[in-house]
Design a protein around this ligand. Structure first.
Ligand SMILES: [Zn+2]
Length: 304
């Protein structure tokens, strides 16, 4: 009998990860290919990842139970727009892949997919709620309420990076001023600690660790602003947990420092202490492919 696998694909700015999930929910196979840049190359690299994965687990592509895809940008009915790093301004990825593969696929935003993947890994109680706070070049959260993604009326749920927190702050590409993303993200660090490096946050943390006073100050502002984002999520939707993910979240001691900041706020606010703010923030195990695993879950959700 052909084994049954649900497949999830995480298309990132440089690499594409594909995983096959078996009937017990475990990762049975995993492949990584370079993401194609631009519509034609992107469709090809996605097909390549799926073909290599099918080879890896020894089934035919058509025998996969479901295929779900997570991709940066805005996703509406399989159509992807504003995926800047992939040079995609408008691509009907769902229809393109359906035609190339001869079967249907489901597509969602990568942060939503990662939120579902984190929920699948970390939450044992499906009635619980979780916010997945993605700390990458930008800042956004994916919300899983009672085991299901909450996208909101127009897909803007969790876009907390564009909540303005400083009327005197810098102008944000979204057209507002002083957005949280401008001070709590990789792009924010690149602005506050301008080195020209393509790894601004890694460089900042290294400089802070070696005692650079300006770097220490910028790092502590970043931690404070990420803690503010966690507090915002807890106070607006009262989620059971906030999980930090994305490239910036993997840097040394960030999670511990955010938790320590929340704990410090609790010492001066009986209200924050009473709701157990600092106990709600968690991390992901290093290397766990949350967005790929979650993309497989997205396809299951849509087929329900
Ligand atoms: Zn903004």
């Amino acid at each position: 009998m052909t084994p049954l696998y649900k497949v999830g694909v995480d298309i990132g700015g440089t690499k594409t990860d594909a995983v096959a999930i078996d009937e017990q929910g475990a990762i049975a196979g995993q492949v990584r290919v370079r993401s194609g840049i631009g519509p034609v190359a992107l469709v090809s690299s996605t097909v390549q990842a799926l073909e290599e994965l099918a080879d890896r687990v020894g089934v035919s592509l058509i025998d996969f139970t479901s295929i779900g895809i997570g991709i940066p940008g805005t996703v509406v009915d399989g159509r992807v727009s504003h995926a800047v790093n992939l040079a995609i301004d408008g691509l009907d990825l769902g229809a393109e892949l359906d035609a190339r593969l001869g079967r249907s696929v489901s597509i969602d935003n990568d942060v939503n997919a990662a939120a579902l993947g984190a929920f699948h890994l970390l939450e044992t109680d499906s009635s619980h709620s979780m916010a997945f706070l993605n700390l990458g070049t930008g800042l956004a959260a994916g919300l899983v309420l009672g085991g299901k993604l909450w996208r909101g009326a127009r897909g803007a749920a969790g876009e907390i990076g564009h909540v303005p927190i400083d009327p005197n702050g810098i102008e944000c590409p979204c057209g507002q001023r002083g957005c949280l993303e401008t001070v709590a993200s990789g792009s924010g660090v690149a602005r506050m600690w301008p080195t020209g490096s393509d790894q601004p946050t890694t460089d900042l943390f290294a400089a802070a660790a070696s005692g650079d006073r300006v770097a220490i100050e910028v790092r502590s502002q970043l931690v404070e602003n990420v803690a503010s984002a966690v507090r915002l999520l807890v106070l607006t939707i009262d989620v059971d947990s906030v999980v930090l993910g994305g490239g910036v979240s993997t840097l040394d001691d960030l999670l511990e420092d955010v938790r320590a900041t929340l704990a410090r706020w609790e010492t001066s606010s009986a209200f924050l202490a009473s709701i157990g703010l600092s106990g709600r923030v968690h991390g992901l195990p290093a290397g766990f492919p949350a967005a790929a695993v979650g993309a497989a879950m997205v396809s299951i959700e849509e087929n329900k």
